[in-house]
Design a binder for this molecule. Structure first.
Ligand SMILES: Cc1cc2nc3c(=O)[nH]c(=O)nc-3n(C[C@H](O)[C@H](O)[C@H](O)COP(=O)(O)O)c2cc1C
Length: 176
């Protein structure tokens, strides 16, 4: 997928197939993540962790697991088994690190789309994960860094389809 189609087809996937993303595609997505814009100097205080399918990924999934109001367990990673984390150190009062993380994650989501892969911004379950130091330690994030955001990528259960209705989606105005 090329050019503006990437924006038309990028969407949050919430059901993944068990098929594993190739190492080559993971490298392409990592390259995109590493090319993200960051606030001045923050390339020195930002860290990206890639978790490939395997035992550690399954332990992270277990640590992220949420329980619905009806008691049902749910996998907030939707079955995806490749995950990217963005972490930061030297956190600033203005929380610019979350803006940096958003840029890194968006590059991940868009590169995944370009490869016809599904992608999901992961935020909701990180609160639970961060309360589990044993699970966080599995990520081998450098000392002093805190997880800011995450994303999963994988083969979507349904092929990506073109977005509709974005013109009505976000309020906007145009000035001349
Ligand atoms: C900062 C941020 C956090 C998000 N966290 C989650 C999340 O934890 N789980 C999830 O399923 N989707 C998450 N999303 C995805 C949004 O729900 C999704 O982008 C939105 O519903 C619009 O759908 P679309 O991405 O298909 O356009 C997040 C998106 C953003 C930008």
């Amino acid at each position: 997928m090329k050019g503006e189609d990437i924006f038309k087809y990028r969407k949050t996937v919430r059901q993944y197939l068990p098929d594993v993303v190739s190492d080559e595609d993971v490298e392409k997505i990592l390259d995109a993540a590493l090319a993200a814009p960051l606030a001045a100097g923050d390339d020195k205080t930002t860290h990206i962790t890639v978790v490939k399918p395997g035992e550690i990924m399954e332990k992270i999934r277990a640590a992220c697991q949420l329980t619905r109001k009806n008691g049902e367990k749910m996998d907030p990673l939707y079955g995806a088994s490749t995950m990217f984390f963005v972490s930061s150190t030297d956190l600033s009062e203005d929380c610019i690190e979350f803006c940096n993380a958003g840029c890194v994650i968006e590059n991940i989501l868009l590169q995944a789309t370009a490869l016809d892969l599904g992608s999901t911004y992961i935020w909701g379950c990180l609160k639970k994960l961060k309360k589990n130091p044993e699970a966080v330690a599995l990520l081998n994030i450098p000392e002093g860094y805190e997880i800011m955001s995450a994303a999963v990528v994988g083969y979507p259960a349904e092929p990506l389809s073109e977005r509709v209705g974005d013109r009505e989606r976000i309020s906007h105005n145009i000035i001349k």
